[in-house]
Design a protein around this ligand. Sequence first.
Ligand code: GDP
Ligand code: ZN
Length: 392
Amino acid sequence: MDKRQRRRLRDLLAKLDTGERDRLTKRATKLRQAALRTMTGDGRRPELEDFLLRLLDEQEEAAAGFAAAPSGAGAPPADLDGSRRGTVIAVTAGACVVQAGGDSLDAVLPADLTRRQQSGLAVGDEVLLEPLGEGHRVTAVLPRRSLLTRADPHDARRARAIAANIDVVVVMVAAKAPPLHPRLIDRYFVAVERSGARAALAVNKVDLLTDAERGEVLDLLQPYLGLHIPVVLCSVTTGEGIEDLRDVLAGATCVFVGQSGVGKSSVLNALHEDAAAKTGAVRAGDGRGRHTTSASSLYELPGGVRVIDTPGIRRFSVDAADAVTLADGFAEFAPYAARCRYRDCAHTHEPGCAVKAAVDDGAIARSRYTSYRKLLGGDDDPQLGDGADDTV
Ligand code: GDP
Ligand code: ZN
């Protein structure tokens, strides 16, 4: 960041009130953490200030009425210089498919993006394109509102971008079959919190419950009801909750994560109403006979719900996190954590820990605190189904 940008950032920040400044700083910190996790070593490490300025720029743009329309809702046509803006709907080797104002365009990636494509570009990314020959070339990846990442299987410290600019991550569990493990929910919530997206909890297959079991499930869910996270009980079999889920997701771009077998595909199908409404495969070619078919990973569901579904999301797993990031995933800890004796309290053995005191008082659910401790200890808990194929 140069001097001029620094001055501009200072001026813009000075216009905000403290609460707004804190909120922005928190968002910028998260975005920076996400970006650092996806860095591959080439390129400069972005500073917090870079992200702050980006967020402020976005806000200003939005206030001025230039906020980019979500593509699909009529993305802007080509600029005077022929450059266009669109949403990445599929990523292939060295190229991607971009939806721009109703067109699906094949675009090649510049070399540096190709090199770190696994981490550098994801479905949901907003990009700028310029014409190249008969096709297009990506010239820039625009700042992300959120980024869902997963650990690189070959290097756990590195992360791969799996979906960008998601508004809501729907964490889906089954009320029964596979059995409901609150700890699994907590692990997902930590990952959602890190991504910068909002979480929603869908508890599917409630048709399988007896009245008594339903009561038990509601007890297990009690800690989540005060978290300002929508919780929807649903069943594909009876249709219960499906429309509630649609309402929760209206107008949002979302992804569904959860163990295999909980019913993600079934619920998505139920939300489709009509499978034909799915804007499925995109056929794209370069016009020279070398045709490629890329499956679009971005669906439009009735009720204004956009869903990103990729193999990466299906394999989505929750990786290790440090204490601070981890505690962020437990929103109800925050008011107490602020009162711990030590600022960097990990809420484990420290004297004067207000979080532990709140657990003892029953103000924080013990099950959630236990989850936190287990996650902090890197407990992988094989019974939760972290198999190679059925990762969580
Ligand atoms: P995914 O792996 O999460 O996509 O799960 P699927 O959608 O493939 O569903 C796994 C199994 O659960 C299938 O046999 C579905 O028919 C079944 N299933 C899905 N939703 C429900 C539900 O609400 N109730 C019951 N009883 N079964 C369901
Ligand atoms: Zn503490």
